[in-house]
Ligand binder design. Structure first.
Ligand code: 5FU
Length: 258
């Protein structure tokens, strides 16, 4: 059985600035709920962010699905994040060589490095990918989330690959905020934030490989820190009250393991 430290204790162990910020935020705001807002219109995303902002620690974006993306979208999202005190994390899943991801992170239409507090990375190209992020991360005080495991059926991020991803994080703890995973493995330690997608109360999965667990299960039984909920919240009739339910279950699961 794993022994769990509180987010407050883990603030002092974290070495990435965004990890420090997130542990502090979760401890003070008392929420470990992240919401994946996979909507395709700027106004819908901003309205949802405003509605649920008080309940969440992170808002996860897929910025490349936003049909009417513009700089004003980012400006408004950042002001909602500041008002309600949550971080913004872009689930871009970078996976190329260091030199290319540097361009993808800092340039193009989205300028992700200017506004995202965290971004996701596949380590399949090897650890040098992280060098492509260092300048951009430093300027913003941001962090990387390494994909150690995935929620989808037949995922190849398993076994020795997962172990190598944990090792990559530990070797680059200045740049790495944490892991996207389905369970806490002992090697992950206490200085990283663990985030788990594939969470829903009322469904076991979709028809495209997604697999769901409950907040209770992944936090108590699997030892994760933050749950990432998408359709379970943004497709519900009342996203705000649904977010409150996910928040309550995930926070009390966290408290019960201390
Ligand atoms: F890394 C991962 C993963 O392993 N599974 C995921 O589902 C990321 N995701 C993301 O979490 C995915 O891209 C969606 O944005 C979100 C889950 O959304 P859902 O609607 O709750 O299934």
């Amino acid at each position: 059985k794993l022994v769990h430290k509180s987010f407050g204790e883990r603030v002092t162990l974290a070495t990435n600035p965004a990890a420090v910020k997130l542990f502090k935020l979760m401890e003070s705001k008392k929420t470990n709920l992240a919401v994946a807002v996979d909507l395709v219109n700027k106004s819908e995303i901003l309205a949802l962010a405003e509605a649920i902002g008080s309940e969440i620690c992170c808002l996860k974006t897929h910025v490349d699905i936003v049909q009417d993306f513009d700089q004003d979208f980012i400006t408004q999202l950042q002001s909602i994040a500041a008002k309600h005190n949550f971080i913004i994390f872009e689930d871009r899943k970078f996976a190329d060589i260091g030199n290319t991801v540097k361009y993808q992170y800092e340039n193009g239409v989205y300028n992700i490095s200017k506004w995202a507090d965290a971004v996701t990375v596949h380590g399949v190209a090897g650890p040098a990918i992280i060098d492509g992020f260092r300048d951009g991360l430093k300027q913003k005080g941001a962090g990387l989330l390494i994909l150690a495991q995935m929620s989808s059926k037949g995922s190849l991020c398993v076994g020795e690959y997962t172990n190598q991803m944990i090792e990559m994080g530990k070797q680059n703890a200045d740049a790495v905020l944490g892991f996207i995973c389905q369970e806490k493995l002992e090697a992950m330690g206490d200085n990283f934030v663990l985030m788990t997608p594939g969470i829903q109360f009322n469904s076991k999965g979709d028809n495209m490989g997604q697999q769901y667990n409950t907040p209770d299960y992944v936090i108590k039984e699997k030892g994760t820190d933050v749950i990432i909920v998408g359709r379970g919240i943004y497709q519900s009739n009342d996203p705000k009250s649904e977010a409150i339910k996910y928040r309550q279950q995930s926070w009390s699961a966290y408290e019960s393991r201390l």
